[in-house]
Design a protein around this ligand. Structure first.
Ligand code: E4P
Length: 221
């Protein structure tokens, strides 16, 4: 399973990349706003800076909600770098835009997906990635991981090539469950990725190993 980080924060992207486990990045308009990135030139420059930090792809979301606007914006975003994947919302014009981009060979990520039906539409329109939001479904007492399982089954039934990008991942158990189900990619915060490192027995074991080594070294002096 590929690991994407869900942020527009360059320091966090670099930290995950330096850990050696990061594949790509997803962003959204809220995450860009959080970093104070506004204005066409700043947005394009920021996406370029993100692309320069990672090996795999970077999802850049359109702001437009009409077909023509999404096409113009998506083409501008795709021209920034070959790592850019154009992120398009799951609305009717978005589905048309997915089809358009797919025919033009521009990779897409269909975002704001909350049902298996929406995921099926995204695949039929030729989306490269579909982003079901696990955490936001959990937030409203609906099983987000069940949706990942349903989409996996449907895509495997028909051999759809659209990759399942489990989004709105909030904690390490989401990541582990997504891996068990067979999501192709997960995107989450740095905190969730780093939380995978933690186990108290690792810390206790390491302390013991180092203490035993120090004792033996002192005894042989
Ligand atoms: C998806 O690509 C979104 O950027 C993201 O995963 C949303 O996560 P959130 O629900 O934690 O905001």
């Amino acid at each position: 399973m590929k690991f994407f980080i869900d942020t527009a924060n360059l320091a966090q992207i670099k930290e995950a990349q330096d850990l050696g486990v990061l594949d790509g990045v997803t962003t959204n308009p809220s995450l860009m706003a959080k970093e104070g990135i506004t204005g066409d030139d700043n947005v394009l420059a920021h996406y370029k800076a993100i692309c320069d930090l990672v090996d795999d792809n970077v999802s850049a979301e359109v702001i437009s909600t009409d077909f023509e606007g999404m096409i113009a914006e998506g083409e501008r975003l795709a021209a920034i770098d070959k790592k850019i994947v154009v992120k398009v919302p799951m609305i009717a014009d978005g589905v048309k835009a997915l089809k358009y981009f797919s025919k033009k060979g521009i990779r897409t990520n269909c975002t704001l997906v909350f049902s298996a039906g929406q995921a099926l539409l995204a695949a039929k329109a030729g989306a490269s990635y579909v982003s079901p939001f696990v955490g936001r479904l959990d937030d409203i007492s609906t099983d987000g991981l069940q949706l990942i399982e349903d989409i996996r089954l449907i895509y495997d039934n028909y051999g759809y090539e659209t990759e399942i990008l489990a989004a709105s991942v909030r904690h390490p158990m989401h990541i582990i469950e997504c891996a068990k189900i067979g999501a192709d990619v997960m995107t989450g915060p740095l905190s969730a990725i780093k939380a995978l490192l933690k186990h108290p027995l690792t810390d206790i074991g390491l302390q013991q190993f180092l203490a035993d080594h120090a004792k033996a070294a002192a005894a042989t002096k």
